[in-house]
Design a binder for this molecule. Structure first.
Ligand SMILES: Cc1cc2nc3c(=O)[nH]c(=O)nc-3n(C[C@H](O)[C@H](O)[C@H](O)COP(=O)(O)O)c2cc1C
Length: 413
């Protein structure tokens, strides 16, 4: 394996130094557990500028650019060794000392790892170039260990709005794939819109659940008010008192039912948002793999000529795509189950609110039966009527949200 000379990138003209990597291309390679190249597609060979005999059997480090911080590769391998996929911006060096940026999705596969790389947006590339250059400078100046540099990198990602590496990967892959798709005219809106709708519906349904929960908390005062009133009634107000008790018990049960929807400390929506993001990531990984496979088919001629097993490679990529689709399906199932739980709760609350309506009606009848019906009782009944109306509306909206989520989950499959 040949060593490369250091190149003063900063002094060179960008176009002179940049190896062309078109947005419609995909660079694919596969390595063993140590990162030794086992397979590469024609684009990998062409852009790197090496011959097949230089590439196959060489470590991927062959294309490492000196501007790449060690901390980034520390994170990269840390995830891979845990059996997790990793998405990272990489600046690579070609044989003649040019460079190209790629957004790489690297994932475990039988016997090692595969890497699918796309061309990133200029703006994100520039942002990452700035972050990497700062990190690289600190690595050198402070003689940082790769692990420490990785920590600093994560801190930097937090500063730009990504709470952890997982979030960074999901946002980045989504943003880059969408930008690329619109650039090359392959925008697939349906699924994107379905996922966006799920998020919006999950957020809205959280709002309805919270509003209803608050309503049930506030309405607790009314049965107490009823009992205070009933004590003041000439006949002891036994009927009103027992009506108030019924109402109290039924409303408390319904409040508990709603609270159960937010069982994880009101984190239901956060959980759904994460599940949608995870599902989306897996779907996009599957899409990329499918595209890499299609490209590979078109390169079969050259690959067969060098004795590469294209069919074997296609099977490996297909396996990764299937694995990603299965993971996406798991996420979609979780979201579907959440939507079903919402629908089920809506149906149960609907039946229970009918029961509560009856108790409220009994209260109205009892109030009417009394010749000197207390105005205060009328006030309570009016407030209950208003509360029931609000619950009715919120329940109807929540039911629509749940139905919409179920439909959108189906649209993603
Ligand atoms: C499938 C796969 C693809 C890789 N692709 C690249 C790459 O495009 N550029 C790169 O510099 N390193 C890549 N690496 C990481 C290298 O193996 C290596 O860790 C990195 O160049 C840093 O070198 P070092 O670990 O010796 O510091 C890849 C590794 C694997 C497993």
């Amino acid at each position: 394996m040949e060593d490369f000379d250091p190149v003063d990138v900063a002094e060179a003209q960008d176009d002179e130094m940049t190896a062309p990597f078109r947005p419609d291309q995909i660079i694919y390679s596969r390595a063993d557990e140590r990162g030794i190249v086992i397979f590469g597609n024609t684009t990998f060979r062409e852009i790197s500028g090496y011959r097949w005999e230089d590439l196959i059997g060489a470590p991927h480090k062959l294309i490492r650019h000196p501007d790449m911080p060690k901390g980034v590769f520390w994170l990269f391998w840390d995830r891979l060794k845990q059996g997790l996929p990793v998405v990272a911006y990489v600046k690579n060096r070609t044989k003649v000392g040019k460079h190209y940026w790629a957004l790489a999705l690297v994932a475990p596969c039988p016997g090692g790892y595969l890497s699918i790389r796309i061309r990133p947006q200029d703006s994100s590339r520039d942002q990452m170039a700035g972050i990497y250059s700062e990190l690289r400078a600190r690595e050198t100046k402070e003689n940082l260990k790769p692990e420490r540099s990785a920590e600093l990198f994560l801190e930097k990602l937090k500063e730009i709005g990504h709470s952890d590496y997982e979030t960074f990967m999901r946002c980045t892959l989504d943003m880059e794939m969408n930008a690329r798709a619109s650039e090359i005219g392959k925008m697939e809106r349906t699924r994107q819109e379905a996922l966006d709708s799920i998020l919006k519906l999950a957020e809205d349904s959280d709002g309805y659940v919270n509003r209803m929960s608050e309503g049930f908390r506030n309405v607790r005062a009314e049965p107490i008010n009823m009992r205070i009133l009933s004590n003041r009634m000439e006949d002891g107000g036994a009927a009103i008192s027992s009506i108030s008790q019924n109402y109290e018990v039924m409303a408390a049960d319904m409040g508990q039912e709603l609270a159960a929807l937010n069982a994880d400390d009101g984190q239901a929506f956060r959980h759904i948002r994460q599940t949608v993001a995870a599902g989306h990531f897996s779907l996009q990984a599957a899409d990329l793999a499918a595209e890499a496979a299609r490209e590979l088919v078109s390169m079969r001629g050259e690959l067969t000529a060098i004795g590469a097993d294209t069919d074997g490679e296609l099977a490996i990529i297909e396996q990764f795509a299937n694995h990603s689709r299965n993971r996406a399906n798991d996420s979609l199932k979780t979201i579907g189950a959440h939507a079903e739980r919402l629908s089920e709760t809506c149906r149960r609350l609907r039946r229970r609110i009918n029961g509560l309506d009856v108790v409220k009606l009994m209260c109205r009848v009892e109030s009417g039966r009394r010749k000197n019906a207390d105005d205060a009782l009328g006030g309570i009944i009016d407030r209950l009527a208003k509360f029931h109306l609000e619950i009715d509306r919120n329940l109807a909206s929540l039911g629509r949200c749940a139905g919409g989520m179920t439909r959108n989950v189906r649209a993603c499959r």
